[in-house]
Design a protein around this ligand. Structure first.
Ligand code: KIV
Length: 287
């Protein structure tokens, strides 16, 4: 671990200093290098790879073997960022299964943290994982692995009772030892309240800009998602191109790095926008 390596302690320090954390999904070594050079602090090997890499309709079919493979691809190239690996559907259905899955994602995949989706039923699992030295990122709000139960991808926590449940679960997961919380598709006021209340960093996706950091799916940021991208995301590559066409910026690929230069500039644009609080703007915020 180099002196510049991002750890759970450095993420906590960023929160305490009020510096927003930039996180993106990442599934391979080539992008791990580009994202690190662009200043992304946290690389999430999300099971969204089922949709954006494999072309599946949901994240449900993703297997543990596939998550281990992609985690290894990312961690082979990542030198300083914190790499989080998603635990796939049902791989943490019991604390015992969760420990076995985390052992593979961290041992074989090289991840520094594992992420699981859900609240109260996972408190014991989070305590078990952290007791054995596996840092945990919790995930509340919209839970993509539960899409068949939820009946679609919808904003969560709009009703007072639901918002209260999310808050109670977030506190319980923190108390059980979670080091990070991802909040997906919740009203911005709820995310802001949780970021203020929790000691651990809260990373938002479709949760407004008053979180401690932001995460997006890399393929949405680069406009590679077929069909309409989620309203809360932003194509930073298209923005870069439109600024260049307007003549106020140059997108010069002549440094020999080819298309990676355009991609890298777009990712840097994302990092800057997260750090300054410019992203997410009002149009990316779900009420
Ligand atoms: O799998 C994933 O990419 C995620 C993010 C959407 C947070 O869980």
């Amino acid at each position: 671990m180099s002196a510049r390596t991002i750890t759970t302690t450095s993420l906590l320090a960023l929160k305490q200093r009020g510096e927003r954390i930039a996180c993106l999904t990442c599934y391979d070594a080539a992008f791990a290098r580009v994202l690190e050079r662009s200043g992304v602090e946290v690389l999430l090997v999300g099971d969204s790879l089922g949709m954006v890499i494999q072309g599946q309709p949901t994240t449900v079919p993703v297997t543990l073997d596939q998550m281990v493979y992609h985690s290894r691809c990312v961690t082979r190239a990542a030198e300083r960022s914190l790499v989080i690996a998603d635990m796939p559907f049902m791989s943490y259905a019991t604390p015992e299964r969760a420990v076995a899955a985390a052992a593979r994602l961290m041992g074989e995949g090289g991840a520094a943290m594992v992420k699981l989706e859900g609240g109260e039923p996972l408190v014991e699992t989070v305590a078990r994982l952290t007791a054995f030295g596996a840092p945990v990122c919790a995930h509340l709000g919209l839970l993509p692995q539960s899409v068949h139960q939820l009946g679609g991808y919808r904003v969560q926590g709009r009703e007072a009772a639901e918002a209260e449940r999310i808050e109670t679960e977030a506190l319980a997961l923190q108390d059980a030892g979670a080091s990070l919380l991802i909040l997906e598709c919740v009203p911005s006021a709820l995310a802001a309240a949780l970021a203020q209340r929790l000691r651990i960093p809260v990373i938002g996706i479709g949760a407004g800009n008053r979180c401690d950091g932001q995460v997006l799916v890399l393929h949405d940021v680069l406009g590679l998602t077929p069909g309409a991208a989620p309203r809360f995301s932003k194509n930073f590559l298209a923005e870069l191109a439109s600024v260049a066409v307007a003549g106020s910026a140059s997108v010069d690929a002549s440094d020999g790095s080819g298309v990676a230069f355009g991609i890298e500039a777009a990712i840097k644009g994302y990092v800057e926008a997260v750090k300054s609080g410019a992203f997410p703007a009002r149009e990316h915020t779900l009420a």
